[in-house]
Design a protein around this ligand. Structure first.
Ligand code: PXL
Length: 279
């Protein structure tokens, strides 16, 4: 069985980060090892959330794993708390990267043109150092704009996205994927670039008219889970994009839906079936 390490916060209530990554990657058939960077009462879109930084635990936990000779087939980082934690992740990658380890970085820090409440510009720039160490990165357009010094645009054409992908590739990762890319009215999806082959990959599905917290984490977790099943990264992106869109659609049908997250629990069986068929 493949073993995935995922490093993100625990938002106790909120359906994001580890409370999505753990169930989704496990459901796709990989052992999922977690390294919590902080414990928050809720995600940061709630008011008055509590937050306990766990930076001082990261060293002892990973040292213990090293002494046990633990290896990972993938390391997936999501929402991290501080610039110091980014430095810790760079060390963690070099300590645990073995032959074939896939390092997948989702530089979670911003959306809709704005940084999340806990972050500043220095943190945004620091994320480009983390992306430089990755095999695959999956920023949204806002995150990529911060990391590449490009202006954030709500309206754009393919040229803007290609320029952004080229600047992301310069940061260093082999595969750069932009999420939340809309190349025509009513559509949304991803556009990726493989630096080694020079090939682009575009996938667009129908835009579901709603946005929810945690959907980026859902997308990334589904990608990582699919890649661990041996699914090509392009198919993994397509499956994850469809799964995310379908989950938003199902959530919208629930009259009692919580405002803070999506009903991914309802769509997981479909994801497992799709991934099994693609493996
Ligand atoms: O889903 C991204 C995310 C993860 N973790 C925390 C967040 C957010 C987005 O707001 O606040 C704590």
């Amino acid at each position: 069985m493949k073993r995935v390490l995922t490093v993100q916060d625990v938002s106790c209530l909120g359906k994001c980060s580890l409370t999505i990554a753990l169930p989704v990657i496990s459901a796709l058939g990989s052992e999922t090892v977690i390294l919590p960077t902080a414990v928050l009462s809720t995600h940061t879109m709630f008011k008055n959330f509590t937050c306990l930084d766990l930076s001082d635990q990261l060293g002892p936990i990973t040292e213990h794993w090293k002494s046990e000779g633990v290896r990972f087939d993938a390391i997936y980082t999501g929402y991290l708390g501080t610039a110091e934690q980014i430095d810790m992740m760079k060390k963690l990658f070099s300590d645990f990267r073995g032959d074939g380890t896939v390092v997948f970085v989702d530089p979670v820090m911003a959306d809709n043109g704005k940084l999340y409440p806990a972050f500043d510009l220095a943190y945004a720039k620091k994320n480009s150092e983390l992306c430089a160490c990755a095999d695959i990165i999956v920023p949204n357009i806002t995150e990529a704009a911060f990391m590449t010094d490009m202006p954030y645009r709500e309206e754009y054409g393919e040229d803007y996205i290609k320029e952004m992908l080229s600047r992301l590739a310069e940061l260093g990762a082999k595969i750069s994927v932009l999420t939340g890319v809309s190349l025509s009215a009513g559509k949304t999806g991803v556009m990726g670039f493989d630096k080694e082959t020079g090939e682009y990959y575009v996938y667009q599905n129908d835009r579901v008219p709603a946005s929810y917290h945690g959907t980026g984490d859902l997308f990334s977790s589904a990608c990582v889970g699919c890649i661990m099943r041996g699914i090509d990264w392009r198919d993994a992106m397509r499956i994850a994009a469809d799964y995310t869109a379908r989950t938003i659609e199902i959530t919208l049908q629930n009259p009692a839906k919580p405002w803070y997250g999506v009903d991914f629990e309802k769509t997981l069986p479909e994801l497992i079936k799709t991934a099994e068929q693609a493996s």
